[in-house]
Design a protein around this ligand. Structure first.
Ligand SMILES: *[C@@H]1O[C@H](CO)[C@@H](O)[C@H](O)[C@H]1NC(C)=O
Ligand SMILES: *[C@@H]1O[C@H](CO)[C@@H](O)[C@H](O)[C@H]1NC(C)=O
Ligand SMILES: *[C@@H]1O[C@H](CO)[C@@H](O)[C@H](O)[C@H]1NC(C)=O
Ligand SMILES: *[C@@H]1O[C@H](CO)[C@@H](O)[C@H](O)[C@H]1NC(C)=O
Length: 116
C-alpha cells in the first residue's frame, strides 16, 4: 500500500517534469524567432539611416543608435504582442535621402509616414 503511494508520487512527478519540459521546448524557438526578427527590424532601419543624406536636426543621427532598443527610437512604434516595429513616422524631420530595399524587411509595419 505504502509502496503504491510512493510509486504514484514518483509517476506524477515524472509526468509533471515531462509537461514542464514540453512547455519549455515550445517556448524556446518562439523567443529565438521573435528576437531575431526585432534585430531584422533594427538592421532595416539602420540601413535607412545610411541612405539619409541630410538630417538637418541630427534627429536620427543622435537618436537612432544601437545603444538603445529600436522600439525606443524617435518615430518608431513597436507592438507589445509581437514586439515588432508596426509604425514608422519620420515625417516633418526635414530628412533627405532614398528608401533602401531593406525597408521591405519590416514585415509587421502597417503605418509608414515618410512625408516631408
Ligand atoms: C531617443 O529618443 C527617445 C524619445 O524621445 C528617448 O526616450 C531616448 O532616450 C533617445 N535615445 C537616445 C540614445 O538619445
Ligand atoms: C553598434 O554599431 C557599431 C557600428 O556599426 C558597432 O561597431 C558596435 O559594435 C555596435 N554595438 C552594439 C552594442 O551592437
Ligand atoms: C507623424 O507625425 C507628424 C508630426 O508629429 C504628425 O503630424 C502625423 O500625423 C504623424 N503621422 C501618423 C501616421 O501618425
Ligand atoms: C533584408 O532585405 C535585404 C534587401 O532586400 C536582403 O538582402 C536581406 O537579406 C534581408 N534580410 C535581413 C535579415 O536583413
Amino acid at each position: 500500500m505504502d509502496l503504491n503511494i510512493r510509486l504514484m508520487e514518483k509517476i506524477s512527478y515524472y509526468i509533471f517534469a515531462l509537461v514542464a519540459l514540453m512547455l519549455l521546448s515550445l517556448q524556446m524557438p518562439f523567443f529565438a524567432v521573435s528576437s531575431t526578427s526585432l534585430a531584422t527590424d533594427q538592421s532595416a532601419l539602420l540601413a535607412l539611416t545610411t541612405h539619409i543624406t541630410l538630417d538637418p536636426y541630427l534627429i536620427l543621427t543622435r537618436n537612432w543608435t544601437n545603444v538603445s532598443c529600436v522600439c525606443n527610437w524617435i518615430g518608431v512604434t513597436c507592438n507589445s504582442r509581437h514586439h515588432r516595429v508596426v509604425a514608422l513616422n519620420i515625417s516633418g524631420m526635414g530628412l533627405v535621402g532614398t528608401i533602401p530595399p531593406q525597408l521591405g524587411n519590416l514585415s509587421f509595419l502597417v503605418s509608414p509616414d515618410l512625408r516631408s
